[in-house]
Write a protein that binds this ligand. Structure first.
Ligand code: NDP
Length: 296
């Protein structure tokens, strides 16, 4: 039987979105300013189109004005850079998001570097990442949304991070690496497991808190988990399921059936970290608008 607390990301995300919506209406009433988010989508990947649509919908619901630039797969880097530069200069745009992955012929680094750090609501600009890594210096202007959402879930469920052993599985620039940096900032002792790690199970089993972002369905078995550990499962992995109308179902990186009997708290997939990512994007956009207009 399930003994773990199910960390309900969907309801926390809803609560946060409501908070953001009321902040935005307060801002609009006092200053007349409406936060704006520009999304750049290149190519016709179905999953990317879905993510962009969901982000737009969430913006509208919160009172954020959304702008979109849709470019064909065979666009040039210069064309993308031109849109970025226009959004950079547009005062009604407070956040710019380039939907990843970009087509292979484009240099992701060049494009992400072009976003003004004051509008880098994804937190992927190297300067923001560098500031996240360095302590006692300038703080990052934005923290990447998915890892920020993971930490927010821990906070909202009253889970202590300070002094805890945390293990992050995965070291990608968008999730694993910034998640490890954030946990360290929260005074956890952090280990990172990646594809070359020897005995990952042994390391994972030492964790009080596991954040997994590998894209490997059901990789983290019950035997990887210390009794009472807290599990944040970032993975969103489609696996074949002929019984489902879509022909597939979404599972996490963690074997939920086993983990929910051993962990003290766990995020489900879907309905865990996923909804938090969008909520944090709205939060970053609001932070940006408040910052430029000195609104508190
Ligand atoms: P990447 O593919 O960029 O990174 C995966 C990481 O996992 C790499 O660091 C890789 O190691 C590591 N890894 C892969 N296989 C293993 C293994 N067998 N053992 C140990 N480590 C392994 O993925 P992302 O970080 O972009 O995404 C990870 C997952 O999170 C995906 O399922 C994705 O769909 C999901 N996701 C969910 C989001 C949300 O909103 N909830 C947002 C973004 C992603 P190495 O570096 O050695 O290659």
């Amino acid at each position: 039987e399930t003994t773990a607390t199910i960390i309900d990301g969907k309801s926390v995300a809803k609560q946060i979105k409501d908070e953001i919506a009321s902040e935005i209406s307060r801002m609009k009433e006092t200053t007349g300013i409406v936060p704006g988010l520009a999304v750049i989508l290149v190519g016709d990947r179905k999953d990317s189109a879905t993510y962009v649509r969901n982000k737009k919908k969430a913006c509208e619901a919160a009172g954020i004005k959304s702008y979109e630039a849709k470019l064909p797969e065979d666009s040039t880097e210069e064309e993308v850079l031109k849109f970025i530069s226009e959004f950079n200069d547009d005062p009604s745009v407070h956040g710019i998001l380039v939907q990843l992955p970009l087509p292979r012929h484009m240099n992701e680094e060049t494009i992400l570097n072009a976003v003004r750090i004051e509008k880098d609501v994804d937190g992927f600009h190297p300067l923001n990442i560098g500031r996240l890594a360095m302590r006692g210096r300038q703080e990052p202007l934005f923290v990447p949304c998915t890892p920020k959402g993971c930490i927010e879930l821990l906070h909202r469920y009253g889970i202590d991070i300070k002094g805890k052993r945390a293990v992050v599985i995965g070291r990608s620039n968008i999730v694993g690496m910034p998640a490890a940096l954030l946990l360290q900032r929260e005074d956890a002792t952090v280990s990172i497991i990646h594809s070359r790690t020897k005995n990952p199970e042994e390391i994972a089993r030492q964790a009080d808190i596991i954040i997994s972002a590998t894209g490997q369905p059901n990789m983290v078995k019950g035997s990887w988990i210390k009794p009472g550990a807290v599990i944040i499962d970032v993975g969103i992995n489609p696996v074949d399921d002929p019984a489902s109308p879509r022909g597939y179902q979404l599972v996490g990186d963690v074997c939920y059936e086993e983990a929910c009997k051993i962990a003290s708290a766990i995020t489900p997939v879907p309905g865990g970290v996923g909804p938090m990512t969008i909520a944090m994007l709205l939060s970053n956009t609001l932070i940006s608008a408040k910052r430029v207009h000195n609104f508190e």
